[in-house]
Ligand binder design. Structure first.
Ligand code: PLP
Length: 405
């Protein structure tokens, strides 16, 4: 996200957040008040986000990665276990599984929309696992690990096929944890993503649709799990720092278990409160950009552009991902560099996790769709903060690079 020096038009930064004066004033007010850590703003933001999603419970955390990790810990997933997930995701999804002591098991994705393919997940469960008579859960033959959960990712803002995954969870006695890092505004059929799994984890990282710099939220219908995650996120303490000091007098806290330091701060929540209020307006602006990109890029040779709508509900318009086809004169990595030289930032979301060195030893059956996608996609700027002339410059740059200019 660096500014490019020396060019006349300003560099178009990929994933530039829209930060209004309201956010700035809110954060300054926290600093002036001296309450920087977890406090009333975290509580307000958590309740507002919970209501926006329509979830029954929400727990604010420091990041989506922390949320994914704590969700698994709260469900008792750990050593000796496995979680089936997609390799077409940010490494954090898989890392969160490994951090618990479990291992990810990758199934392949749809060849163009990048969503985890329920049929390949069903194949892994039916062909690569035996059912353990002791608990009716699948035991993965090659690794000897017990499969405990499915972790679909709502990639780029499109909903994964929740009904198909829920049917597999019911059949195999598995939990579902959904990675909603890209999917704050997403719906699956008529349901809001975030109400469609046992636990749902959101990201408020700097480039996300709602940004708090770093930040995350877990939503769930299960009060016990929500409480467990809240406790685990702050050292396993019996009370949060805020309620300890704001109630009448000092109250001792007790560490109920060996928790973690994954709490959200009021500084972050101060941003989140105002980002949440502007969320739908920003969504509408990105939707406008989305359709305008589709119209402007439809005739550009050598690239494929995303569909107008997601397969199963509302697309959150998080990432506008184009595919560089084999007949394009420029290969994907050269395409990225050429856009950069023309003053346009872009990104790759993502290289297949199966191709990262850290996952070379991770057991999985072939995932050719994910690996092919990971080598041929790139994301162009889509952001509420982008002006229309910037969007037009992106279009011109993509057209020039694709046609070898
Ligand atoms: C699909 C996906 N999952 C998880 C994460 C991790 O989010 P965070 O940075 O909030 O931990 C990201 C972040 O980019 C992501 O894109």
């Amino acid at each position: 996200m660096s500014e490019k020096e020396g060019s006349s038009a300003p560099y178009i930064v990929f994933g530039k957040p829209y930060i209004g004066e309201e956010e700035i004033e809110e954060v300054v007010a926290s600093i002036r008040a001296g309450w920087l850590g977890t406090g009333p703003k975290v509580q307000k933001f958590t309740e507002g986000f919970r209501d926006y999603i329509g979830a029954e419970h929400a727990a604010a955390v420091h990041s989506c990665t922390a949320g994914l990790f704590l969700s698994q810990v709260a469900l008792g997933i750990g050593d000796g276990d496995a979680v089936i997930t997609t390799p077409m995701t940010f490494v954090a999804t898989a890392h969160s599984i490994r951090h618990t002591g479990a291992e990810p098991l990758f199934a392949d994705v749809h060849p163009t929309n990048g969503l985890l393919d329920p049929e390949d997940v069903a194949r892994v469960l039916a062909e690569d696992c035996d059912i353990d008579d002791a608990d009716g859960r699948p035991l993965h033959r090659a690794t000897g690990r017990k499969v405990r959960a499915l972790m679909p990712v709502h990639m780029w803002g499109q909903a994964a096929d929740i009904d198909a995954f829920q049917a597999l969870c019911d059949k195999y006695n598995l939990y579902m944890i959904e990675d909603c890092a890209h999917a704050i505004e997403t719906t699956y059929k008529d349901r809001k993503v975030g109400t469609t799994a046992d636990l749902s984890c959101f990201s408020f990282y700097a480039t996300k649709n709602l940004c708090t710099g770093e930040g995350g939220m877990v939503t769930t219908a299960n009060e016990e799990l929500a409480d467990k995650i809240k406790t685990l996120s702050l050292h396993g303490l019996s009370r949060g720092a805020w309620s300890r000091f704001s109630s009448s007098g000092y109250q001792h806290y007790l560490a109920l278990e060996t928790g973690y330091k994954f709490n959200m701060m009021d500084l972050q929540a101060g941003l989140g409160i105002h980002q949440l209020a502007r969320l739908e307006k920003m969504y509408e602006e990105r939707t406008r950009q989305w359709h305008a990109y589709r119209e402007d890029l439809a005739d550009v040779p050598g690239i494929e552009i995303p569909e107008a709508e997601a397969p199963d509900g509302r697309h959150a318009r998080h990432l506008f991902v184009i595919r560089i086809t084999e007949d394009c004169p420029v290969v994907r990595d050269d395409f990225l560099n050429a856009l950069h030289a023309k003053g346009v930032g872009s990104g790759v979301h993502y290289l297949s996790v199966s191709e990262h060195p850290a996952y070379k030893d991770c057991f999985h059956t072939p995932v050719p769709n994910s690996e092919k996608l990971g080598r041929s996609i790139l994301s162009i700027p889509l952001a509420g903060a982008m002006e229309e002339d910037g969007r037009k410059r992106v279009v011109a740059a993509v057209r020039e690079v694709a046609t070898g200019q």
